[in-house]
Design a protein around this ligand. Structure first.
Ligand code: ACO
Length: 332
C-alpha cells in the first residue's frame, strides 16, 4: 500500500451474464403483455435469467477476473473489493465469497447496497480509498440477480429486470486524475416508490416475546413516480458533476445511464443537449440489471472498441432509496 495518495485511473473492466435468455415473446406467454408493448415502452427485447445452478458470487468472480486481467494485474494485487448489490447470495454479504473465489487474498472486501445506483456509489467509495493512498488497486463490482425477487405474475414489473455482473479495476496513478467529478444523493421521503421489503411473519418465542421470521416480498415499484424522479434529477446531478469537473456537455464523449428505460435515457440526453449517438446502451439485450447495468454496458462498449482510451464518460445510476449518483471519468 502507498499512503501518499494520488489520482485515479479505471484500467480494466469485465462482465458476465447467466446463460438463459428470456425474450419479450417468452414473457408474452407468461403474462398479458407483448413484445411491442415492452419494446416501445422500455427499449428491452430480452434479458438473461440466472438458473438455480448459477450464483451472484460466481458471475461476479468471472467479471472480476476479466477486469483484473485487462488491467494487467493478478488477483493478489487487489487491495480492496467493493461489491454493489441488493441481491447477495448471503445476507451477511457476498464480497468475501468473491474475494475467496478469485484468490484476492490481500484484499479487504465488503458489500454496499444502493440498488440501481450501487455501482456509481461503489466507484465513488473505492475512489476515496485510492485518493487518500489507503489502497492502490481496487475492484468495484456491480451485480444483481433481481429475477429471484420478482412477482412473475405482475406484468408491470416482471418484464423489466434481468441478471448480470460487471466489474472495473480502479487504480492509483502518480500523475493526473481521470475521475473528473462525482455527485451522490439520497431521498428517503420517496423510499416507498421502489422496495424489496422484508415480509413479516410473527412467531411467539415464549409468553410475551414475539419475534419476526420471514423472507422478502417481491419487488414493488411505482413506475411512473420513479420515471418522473429520474428524468428530473439525473440531468441535474450530471450538470452539477460537469460544473465541478469544469466541463460542458460538448466535452463529453459518452453518456452511460443506468439501463432502466430507453425513454429515460433519451429524455436525460435531450435535457443535457447530448446527441442520441453519444448514449451508450445495451438495454435491448439485458433489460434492467440494477447495479450491474452500467459496468455491463461499459464493458461491452470498451471491448467492442466503441469507447477509446481518453474518452470522457458521464455515468449516472438511479433507483431505490431513492438514490442517484453521477461520475465523470476518462477511460484508460
Ligand atoms: N404489458 C402490457 N401492458 C402493461 C404492462 C406490460 N408489461 N405493464 C403495464 N401495462 C399497462 C398498465 O396496466 C397500463 O394500463 P392502463 O392504462 O389500462 O391502466 C398501461 O400499460 C400503461 O402503464 P404505465 O405504468 O402508465 O406505463 P408507462 O408508460 O409508465 O411505463 C414503466 C411503465 C416502463 C415501468 C415506466 O414507468 C418506467 O420505466 N419507470 C421507471 C422504472 C425505473 O426507472 N426503475 C429504475 C429503478 S430499478 C431499481 O432501483 C431496482
Amino acid at each position: 500500500m502507498d499512503n501518499t495518495g494520488g489520482g485515479i485511473a479505471i484500467t480494466g473492466c469485465g462482465s458476465a451474464v447467466p446463460k438463459a435468455i428470456l425474450t419479450n415473446h417468452h414473457l408474452a406467454q407468461m403474462v398479458e403483455t407483448s413484445d411491442e408493448w415492452i419494446h416501445t415502452r422500455t427499449g428491452m427485447s430480452q434479458r438473461h435469467i440466472a438458473s438455480p445452478a448459477e450464483s451472484l458470487s460466481q458471475l461476479s468472480a468471472v467479471a472480476a477476473k476479466k477486469a483484473i486481467a485487462m488491467a494487467g494485474l493478478s488477483p493478489k494485487d487487489i487491495h480492496l473489493i467493493v461489491l454493489a448489490t441488493s441481491t447477495p447470495d448471503d445476507l451477511f454479504g457476498s464480497a468475501c465469497k468473491i474475494q475467496g473465489l478469485i484468490g484476492a487474498s490481500n484484499a479487504v472486501a465488503f458489500d454496499l447496497t444502493a440498488a440501481c445506483s450501487g455501482f456509481v456509489f461503489a466507484l465513488i467509495t473505492a475512489a476515496q480509498f485510492v485518493r487518500t493512498g489507503t489502497y492502490e488497486n481496487t475492484l468495484v463490482i456491480g451485480a444483481d440477480l433481481l429475477s429471484r425477487w420478482l412477482d412473475w405474475s405482475d406484468r408491470s414489473s416482471c418484464v423489466l429486470f434481468g441478471d448480470g455482473a460487471g466489474a472495473i479495476v480502479c487504480q492509483q496513478i502518480p500523475n493526473g486524475d481521470r475521475l473528473l467529478g462525482f455527485q451522490m444523493n439520497s431521498r428517503g421521503s420517496q423510499n416507498h416508490c421502489l422496495n424489496l421489503n422484508y415480509q413479516h411473519n410473527s412467531r411467539a418465542l415464549i409468553d410475551g416475546i414475539v419475534s419476526q421470521q420471514g423472507t422478502y416480498q417481491p419487488i414493488t415499484m411505482n413506475g411512473k413516480e420513479v420515471y418522473r424522479f429520474a428524468v428530473a434529477q439525473v440531468p441535474e446531478a450530471i450538470e452539477k458533476t460537469m460544473f465541478h469537473a469544469n466541463l460542458t456537455a460538448e466535452d463529453l464523449d459518452w453518456l452511460l445511464l443506468h439501463q432502466a428505460n430507453h425513454r429515460i435515457m433519451d429524455a436525460v440526453a435531450k435535457r443535457l443537449g447530448i446527441p442520441p449517438a453519444k448514449i451508450l446502451s445495451n438495454i435491448a439485450e439485458h433489460g434492467n440489471t440494477s447495479a450491474a447495468s452500467i459496468p455491463l454496458a461499459l464493458d461491452a462498449a470498451i471491448r467492442s472498441g466503441q469507447v477509446k482510451s481518453g474518452d470522457k464518460i458521464a455515468v449516472s445510476g438511479f433507483g431505490a432509496g431513492l438514490t442517484w449518483a453521477s461520475a465523470i471519468f476518462e477511460w484508460g
